[in-house]
Design a protein. Structure first.
Length: 243
């Protein structure tokens, strides 16, 4: 049976347990040192600092809700400036119900018909901003070709968002736009190279960017929890008009 000295030589500082025979046995666990009294406070302060670096819990933050327009694909007959489909109108109604639960300072929209129709279900007062328009693109042979450089898209989207932040400090602003343009802007905020944010932007997907004192942080990417009760698209998943 091991002695106290043997126990120390095996495991360093251990906990001893006396047994009836009068000998000693080594406990199965090592003695755990107690953290200093202020350790919990250090952890809390570290976590608060981390949250603040992403503009969580910071006073004066402006929330920008970037929302892709609703569906236009079902029954599409006008490829130049299509209206919302019946399915798209239902999607827009659902995101409108979500937005109306919260105080919103302003609603902005791209001049495209599909964006305006989505926005007007959210608010009777919609401010149009051409900088929220989709990236210039063309459809040929069943394929989409984007002609506008990502840097150009990011520049105008950034200016639109920055102006909204300056106009509505410490408020919530909803901006209805388009998939490619929103993707490019979010990639820029996330410090990703253009084209590396590999996800399909669902219709009425909500992306939230927090803004304060020149800083930007992405909080949500294309959330569609407001659509959970809807039946799947007849075209499969979220497929449809790419812009």
């Amino acid at each position: 049976m091991p002695t106290r000295a043997a126990c120390r030589s095996w495991t360093g500082p251990t906990k001893f347990t006396e047994i009836r025979s009068g000998g000693w046995s080594c406990a199965s666990t090592r003695r755990v040192s107690q953290p200093p009294p202020d350790a919990a406070d250090d952890v809390i302060r570290a976590m608060r600092s981390l949250e603040h670096s992403y503009l969580l819990g910071v006073e004066g933050v402006t929330e920008i809700w970037l929302v892709r327009h609703a569906d236009v694909y079902d029954g599409l007959d006008d490829v130049r400036d299509p209206p919302l489909s019946p399915r798209g109108r239902e999607q827009a109604r659902r995101v409108a119900q979500r937005v109306r639960l919260l105080p919103v300072a302003a609603v902005y929209a791209s001049p495209a018909r599909r964006a305006q129709e989505t926005a007007r279900l959210l608010s009777d007062e919609v401010r149009l901003d051409s900088r929220l328009g989709e990236a210039a693109a063309r459809f040929t042979g069943g394929r989409l070709t984007v002609d506008e450089r990502p840097e150009s898209v990011v520049d105008r989207m950034r200016r639109a968002v920055d102006d909204a932040v300056a106009t509505h400090p410490a408020a919530r602003v909803v901006m209805i736009g388009h998939g490619i343009a929103i993707l490019n802007y979010l990639a820029d905020v996330l410090r990703l190279s253009p084209g590396t944010l590999r996800l399909y932007p669902p219709f009425t997907g909500v992306s939230i960017v927090r803004a304060h004192d020149g800083r930007r942080a992405v909080g949500t990417l294309f959330d569609v929890s407001h659509l959970e009760a809807m039946s799947p698209s007849p075209t499969g998943g979220g497929s449809g008009w790419g812009q």
